[in-house]
Ligand binder design. Structure first.
Ligand code: HEM
Length: 377
């Protein structure tokens, strides 16, 4: 915020992809490794962030590169393996191994981060029935795609008895690495696309700011997590961004057995690749009237029932949907709430309308998203 305060005084244009990817690295380093990166120095200090090993390796490894994705279509596997940045992967794996060793050597000290949760999972005794899909979850917008039948399957899958499960060190390292890597690109783009849409839709931005100001506690000056997670317009804004700018274009499934699709005469063969065209589903006028229009009202509680099951799939669906969904929504909402309260996103001559995209086969990834930010007096 201090960094933005300096820039916001004179309405600076910022590339939102760059701005939010630093935020994400900071958040990930804190939530996963309890490591403070402090990437947002004062702009007057100059940009020293690229020298930081976390940032340097993240740029190599986690930033979306359309050409690499295109190459995966034509190049054989052994060449593709050579294109992966092994140094970056090793760097993050070594950081986690080092932390594990350090914490085992100093067992008295407890840390509130993801690595600690994984270490604790080695002795966790989770009772069957503690499945993660709760009634409370059902009220969150991202479940609009799932009917009660599907949620029941999810609960059953989540209730597998894992009380005897122990994580090996390699598993802890792998999970830490997936969490480090998993959300950076989609969360960065979701935040950047939201800032972009709010700059083009000042009425939506005003309404969002009102809702958030009203939710701030008069006593603490903060927004409680339970309140933030349930703000209907904030949720609608994030949901509409995820619908209109859906990150993965398609989802894939492989049936484990032959499956007849009702009376359509179509049988899906076991092992056959099924592609679910998320982008086409989200941007079809049949599912969302005037589908290319940014309209958060579609996701307000009074309109929720109009959304057809399985037509809203930003996090996929069913038991193999995104494991990082709740964390992602939390990070996005906290960041937006704080920013919208203090700053105004505005359209500037550098704001591309329409946006320009990188060539890609699996993702909608913009070339740049320039938006102006003005400090609210
Ligand atoms: C806005 C942010 C995010 C979006 C839009 C997103 C989207 C998705 C989608 C569409 C899938 C495929 C689901 C399916 O096939 O049904 C997926 C899977 C996955 N995501 Fe995310 N994701 C986000 C954030 C995250 C975060 C923060 C993490 C980790 C902390 C994460 C980790 C994963 C993992 C591990 C899978 C594979 C799950 C499995 O195969 O069981 N994602 N995500």
């Amino acid at each position: 915020m201090k960094y933005l305060d300096v820039l916001g005084e004179n309405c600076q244009e910022l590339d939102m992809i760059d701005t939010f990817s630093k935020y994400l690295l900071d958040v990930n380093a804190t939530t996963i490794f309890s490591t403070k990166l402090d990437l947002y120095k004062s702009p007057t200090d100059g940009d020293t962030t690229s020298e930081h090993p976390f940032v340097f390796h993240a740029r190599e490894e986690f930033v979306f590169k359309g050409w690499k994705e295109m190459a995966s279509l034509v190049l054989p596997n052994f060449v593709l393996k050579g294109l992966g940045d092994k140094k970056a992967t090793k760097f993050y794996q070594n950081v986690i191994r080092h932390l594990l060793k350090d914490r085992r050597d100093n067992p008295g000290k407890k840390h509130h981060d993801f690595v600690q949760m994984l270490m604790d999972a080695e002795v966790t005794d989770r009772k069957p029935g503690d499945g993660s899909a709760t009634t409370q979850d059902n009220s969150e917008m991202h479940h609009v795609n799932q009917g009660e039948k599907s949620l029941a399957v999810e609960r059953k899958v989540m209730d597998i008895k894992i009380r005897d499960k122990r994580l090996t060190e390699d598993e802890v390292v792998a999970q830490g690495y997936v969490f480090m890597r998993g959300g950076i690109v989609p969360i960065t783009t979701t935040l950047a696309f939201t800032a972009y849409e709010l700059s083009l839709n000042p009425d939506c931005q005003r309404r969002l700011r009102h809702e958030i100001s009203d939710a701030i506690s008069a006593t603490t000056g903060e927004i409680a997590y339970e309140v933030l997670a349930r703000l209907p317009y904030l949720d609608a804004v994030v949901s509409e961004t995820l619908r209109l700018h859906v990150a993965p274009l398609s989802l894939f499934r492989y049936p484990s057995a032959d499956y007849r699709l009702g009376d359509t005469g179509i049988t899906l063969k076991a092992g056959q690749q099924i592609e679910i065209p998320g982008y086409a589903i989200h941007l079809s006028d049949e599912n969302y009237p005037d589908a290319f229009k940014y309209d958060p009202d579609r996701f307000m509680p009074e309109n929720k029932h109009l959304i057809k099951p399985y037509t809203y799939l930003p996090f996929g669906g069913g038991p193999r949907n995104c494991v990082g969904m709740r964390l992602a929504l939390l990070e996005i909402k906290i960041c937006l709430a704080h920013m919208v309260l203090k700053y105004q996103f505005v359209r500037t001559p550098k704001t591309d309308v329409p946006l320009q995209y990188q060539r890609s086969i699996q993702m909608i990834y913009p070339k740049r998203i320039f938006v102006g930010i003005e400090k609210i007096a």
